[in-house]
Ligand binder design. Structure first.
Ligand SMILES: Nc1nc2c(ncn2[C@@H]2O[C@H](COP(=O)(O)OP(=O)(O)OP(=O)(O)O)[C@@H](O)[C@H]2O)c(=O)[nH]1
Ligand SMILES: [Mg+2]
Length: 278
C-alpha cells in the first residue's frame, strides 16, 4: 500500500519513538524514502531523556537527514514540522510559485504502530481529524487528510518489520507499547524492563514506587528465592494492593502496572537506547 501511494506524495515523514530510536526504525520505510524527501521525527521526546534525544538528532543531521525532535501532544509545536517540511520542499515551492500555482505539499506519515502518527496529524491540523489511542493498530487503512490549503497528509497504519534483527528490538518495542500486549508474556517483559531500568536509571523505580534497596534484598532473600526482579514486582504488588488470596502478590498485575507507568512516562524521562551505544 505504501509503495502504491508513494507516487502521490512528495515526501515521507518518518516517526520514531525517542525512547527507542533504533528499534522504532524500519528498514522498509528507509527503502521507501530513498526516492523521496524524508523528514525524520523523533516523537514522544517528552518521555525520553532530553540529552539522549539531542544526541540522536545530531547524529541523523550529521548524515544529512532533516530531523525534528517532537512532542505531538503539544499543539504549539506544529510549526516545527510544517517549517521543516517547507524547508525540504523549498525548490518545489519556488517552482510552483513561479508558475503562479499554489504550492501543495503531499506527505506520507509513516512509522511503527502507536508511535503517534495520527496524533501528529491532529497536532498539525489543530483539531481531531483522525482517531488516536494508546494501543497499536488504531489506524486501519490509509486516509488522506487536509491540514491547510498547502499541506495534505496521508495517515497510514503502523508497520512493523517482517522480522526483528535481534531479540532486544522486539523487546524494546513491546516495552513502549508498539506490540499487542495480548501476544506478550507480560511478566517476562516486566522482568526485562526491570533489568534495563536498574542499569540505565537505577533511581527511577525506587523513587516512583517508594521502596528502598534493603527492602528488595530482604524480599529476594525471604520470598523470591533470591530473584531480584521478582522481588521488585513483589514490592510493586504490595504498594499497589495487587494481591491474591492470602496476601500473595499478583505478579501479572504488578507487571502490567509497571509497564503502564513506564509507558506513560511516570517513572521519569527514560531512553532505552542511547545514541552512543548503538
Ligand atoms: N507523551 C506523548 N504521547 C504521545 C505523543 N504522541 C502520541 N502520543 C500518544 O501515543 C498514543 C498513540 O498515538 P496514535 O497517534 O494513535 O499513534 P499511531 O502511530 O497513529 O498508532 P497506529 O494508528 O496504531 O499505528 C496516544 O495515546 C497518544 O496520545 C507524544 O509526543 N508524547
Ligand atoms: Mg494511527
Amino acid at each position: 500500500m505504501m509503495e502504491e501511494q508513494l507516487s502521490s506524495v512528495e515526501m515521507v515523514v518518518e516517526l520514531r519513538d525517542a525512547r527507542v530510536v533504533r528499534a522504532s526504525g524500519n528498514p522498509d520505510i528507509e527503502t521507501l524514502c530513498r526516492r523521496k524527501k524524508r523528514l525524520l521525527v523523533l516523537n514522544k521526546s517528552d518521555l525520553a531523556d532530553e540529552r539522549e534525544t539531542k544526541r540522536w538528532a545530531e547524529r541523523f543531521r550529521a548524515q544529512g537527514i532533516e530531523t525534528v525532535t517532537f512532542n505531538a501532544l503539544k499543539k504549539n509545536e506544529a510549526a516545527k514540522i510544517t517549517d521543516a517540511m517547507r524547508r525540504l520542499m523549498e525548490e518545489r515551492i519556488k517552482k510552483d510559485a513561479a508558475r503562479g500555482m499554489t504550492p501543495m505539499i503531499r506527505a506520507m506519515i509513516a512509522g511503527i504502530p502507536n508511535v503517534g502518527k495520527s496524533t501528529l496529524i491532529n497536532c498539525l491540523a489543530k483539531k481531531a481529524l483522525t482517531k488516536t489511542a494508546n494501543k497499536p493498530g488504531v489506524t486501519r487503512g490509509k486516509q488522506w487528510l487536509t491540514i491547510d490549503e498547502s499541506v495534505r497528509v496521508l495517515d497510514t497504519p503502523g508497520i512493523l518489520w517482517p522480522r526483528f534483527e535481534d531479540a532486544r528490538t522486539g523487546e524494546h518495542l513491546a516495552m513502549i507499547g508498539s506490540l499487542n500486549d495480548v501476544n506478550l508474556d507480560l511478566e517476562s517483559l516486566a522482568v526485562s524492563l526491570i533489568r534495563r531500568l536498574e542499569i540505565l536509571y537505577p533511581g527511577a523505580m525506587p523513587a516512583f514506587f517508594e521502596y528502598a534497596e534493603e527492602e528488595v534484598q530482604e524480599i529476594a532473600e525471604e520470598e523470591t528465592g533470591g530473584l531480584r526482579e521478582a522481588a521488585v514486582l513483589y514490592l510493586i504488588a504490595r504498594r499497589r494492593g495487587a494481591l491474591r488470596k492470602g496476601a500473595r502478590p499478583d505478579y501479572e498485575k504488578a507487571s502490567s502496572i509497571l509497564l503502564t507507568e513506564f509507558r506513560g512516562g511516570r517513572l521519569g524521562r527514560i531512553t532505552l537506547e542511547k545514541a552512543e551505544e548503538q
